[in-house]
Every structure is written in structure tokens, then in C-alpha cells.
Design a protein around this ligand. Structure first.
Ligand SMILES: C[S@@+](CC[C@H](N)C(=O)[O-])C[C@H]1O[C@@H](n2cnc3c(N)ncnc32)[C@H](O)[C@@H]1O
Length: 340
């Protein structure tokens, strides 16, 4: 009789195949083509230009992993999970599926060299200390990354808004705010608040277009700059989502010290980050945090931190933590400038 333990491990070992199947489905726009109703194999083969027999086998795999289901006759339909692979879905994972399949899984192939050396892919491959500089060499990579971050943040924003009351802020500055996804969601909920995204110039066009599309151009803007150099002192609140986890202690401190300088004495700093468990367990949440931590190790060189590590980092940079509130898989860490 086969060993259930070995079979379970084999499934884990082969799980990169699932990423590849979902990536191909995303690239072919399978969910986009099925979101208005079931379609036949011939129809999907015509629409995608894929080899009919090979596509049938991909669709079988998509059925086994819960993305497609039988749609009547020879047609295929989407499951509820599969519907989130469509680009136009409210909670779309399509951009992340493309980022994961096109960029991350290739980079993760080098995880062994990172674990052996403690260095990031950018340090090993190009001798570069900033992986965002490496990404900028291929504009398509910047586009894929920014779209993926926006899609993830769209999922998280609802949890953040449900968990935290932003009412006190008159002007919120989103440092490293990328495509303005989070500030757009917050300003949409708080109609008297002003908002600014501060990020590298390469995010300006997408962020500005997003804010205009949300009808927020009159109270939201984009400022280009380098958060290691300075952060503009224009707001009573500064928020950073998925920024500090990108960086090691030294560079995180540099960003937080600039936040401290930018904030008035009665201002508030908010970090939206994953919180690493103190005692990791074998469960989905802890696994997603630990895998994100390795993603930071291989990618930009940062890390996921425990609550105590965030408290230390903030204490070292002139803040004291006033609350930590769970927001889905993330948490909102609120901090005030320490006196003196
Ligand atoms: C992981 S993304 C997070 C984006 C956004 N906060 C979100 O959660 O969707 C990190 C962001 O930091 C920005 N960034 C990287 N280096 C920067 C720098 N030196 N100055 C300003 N922004 C920077 C990137 O362009 C990117 O938008």
C-alpha cells in the first residue's frame, strides 16, 4: 500500500504545476472568456488560438483544481473561485497569476542560491542592492508588478477599511503607494479626506489615471520621489502598505525616520503588513506569511516581521505603537511620534 505521507509530500512537491496551469489560463484569458457564460472547447480554442487537444487537457486540469466546471453538453463554465481569475472581476487575481507565473516562479528557481548566500536575486545576478532598480530595466516587468500589487491591495483594502477608522485624518500620505489602489479605496470611503501617493515617478501615470477614474482628481494627487531621500511633510497621517517588509532593518529605519520627520507631533503613522507568528504552525495563514517572508528574502531583501519586531523597529525610529488591528491576512499597526 502506498504511503499517504509520501503521496501528500509528492503533491506539495508538484504544486508548482498548479501555478503554471493557472498562469496559462490567465494568459489565455480563459476566465475572461467564460465570465459571461459557458463555452465549448471549439469556441475556446478558436478564441485563444490554442491547440484544441492540448487546451482540452488544460481545461481538465482546471476542472480538477476547482477553476472550471462542466457547463452543460460539451461546454465549460467557471466555478466561483474561477470567476476571480477574470480581469474584470471585483476581486480579480488575474494580474497576480501573471506576475507569479511570469516573474516570481522564475525567480524562485534560484531560492537555493539565496538560502546558501543570504543574498537577493538582484545581488546575485547583477550585483545590485535594490531589486526595484533591476525591475526598472524591463518596463514590462514594472507594469506586471504594479498591476499585481494593485490587484492584491484591492483584495486587502476591504479588510483594512473594515478594521480601521480613518476618520481622524484630513490628509493621508500613502508612501510607496504604487498605483493608488489603497488611497483610492480609503478616499472613496471618507469623502472629506485629501490623499497623496508618494512613489517613484514610474508609478505616476497609472496612479493618476486610477485616481481620475475614481473621480478623485480634485482631492488626490501623486508626488514622485525617493523615500530614502525624503518624504514630504504635507499630511497628518502617513500610511505604508507592503513597503517596510521589502527592506532590511537599516533601510526600513531610513524610511521610517523620514516618515517621522514628515509627520507633525500629533500625526499618525500606519503600517499595513503581514505579522509573522511568534510560533509558526502548520496552517494556511502561517504558510502564506512564511512564503511571503522567503519571497522578500529572494526578492527585495526584506522580511516579514513579528509584532515584537515591528514594535522594536518603530521604537528605534522615534515612534510608539498605539494599536495593532487584524485586517484579514494583514494587520494595521498604528503608531505615534514618541515625545522628545
Ligand atoms: C511592494 S510595493 C507596494 C505598493 C503599494 N503600497 C501596495 O501595497 O499596493 C512597494 C512600492 O514601493 C515603491 N518604491 C520602491 N522603492 C522606492 C523608493 N526608493 N522611493 C519611493 N517608492 C519606492 C515601489 O515603486 C512600489 O510601488
Amino acid at each position: 500500500m502506498s504511503s499517504p505521507e509520501a503521496l501528500a509530500l509528492l503533491d506539495l512537491i508538484q504544486s508548482h504545476r498548479i501555478t503554471a496551469v493557472i498562469y496559462v489560463a490567465a494568459q489565455l484569458g480563459i476566465a475572461d472568456r467564460l465570465c459571461d457564460g459557458p463555452r465549448s472547447l471549439d469556441d475556446l480554442a478558436d478564441a485563444t488560438g490554442a491547440n484544441r487537444a492540448a487546451l482540452a487537457r488544460l481545461l481538465t486540469a482546471l476542472r480538477t483544481i476547482g477553476i472550471c466546471r462542466p457547463g452543460g453538453g460539451d461546454r465549460y463554465a467557471l466555478t466561483e473561485t474561477g470567476a476571480t481569475l477574470a480581469g474584470a472581476a471585483q476581486s480579480s487575481c488575474k494580474a497576480w497569476a501573471i506576475f507569479e507565473g511570469q516573474m516570481l516562479s522564475k525567480s524562485w528557481n534560484g531560492l537555493l542560491e539565496t538560502v546558501m548566500s543570504g543574498k537577493t536575486a538582484a545581488q546575485i545576478i547583477q550585483g545590485l542592492d535594490d531589486s526595484f532598480d533591476l525591475m526598472a530595466r524591463v518596463p514590462e516587468n514594472v507594469r506586471v508588478f504594479n498591476a499585481a500589487m494593485a490587484s492584491l491591495t484591492r483584495l486587502v483594502a476591504a479588510d483594512v477599511l473594515a478594521a480601521y477608522d480613518f476618520n481622524r485624518f484630513s490628509h493621508l500620505l500613502d508612501v510607496g503607494g504604487g498605483s493608488a489602489e489603497l488611497i483610492g479605496a480609503i478616499l472613496g470611503r471618507y469623502p472629506r479626506m485629501r490623499g497623496t501617493v508618494y512613489d517613484l515617478a514610474r508609478c505616476a501615470e497609472t496612479a493618476t489615471a486610477h485616481l481620475a477614474q475614481l473621480g478623485l482628481a480634485d482631492r488626490a494627487d501623486f508626488l514622485a520621489g525617493d523615500f530614502f531621500a525624503s518624504i514630504p511633510a504635507i499630511a497628518d497621517g502617513v500610511i505604508l502598505k507592503s513597503v517596510i517588509h521589502d527592506w532590511d532593518a537599516e533601510r526600513s529605519c531610513a524610511i521610517l525616520q523620514n516618515c517621522r520627520q514628515a509627520l507633525p507631533a500629533n500625526g499618525t503613522l500606519l503600517l499595513v503588513e503581514r505579522i509573522m507568528p511568534t510560533i509558526p504552525d502548520c496552517n494556511e495563514l502561517h504558510r502564506s506569511h512564511a512564503l511571503s517572508d522567503l519571497n522578500m528574502l529572494r526578492g527585495p531583501g526584506g522580511r516579514e516581521r513579528t509584532e515584537a519586531q515591528y514594535r522594536d523597529l518603530l521604537g528605534d525610529t522615534g515612534f510608539h505603537v498605539t494599536s495593532v488591528t487584524a485586517a484579514g491576512r494583514f494587520a494595521v499597526i498604528e503608531a505615534s511620534p514618541a515625545a522628545g
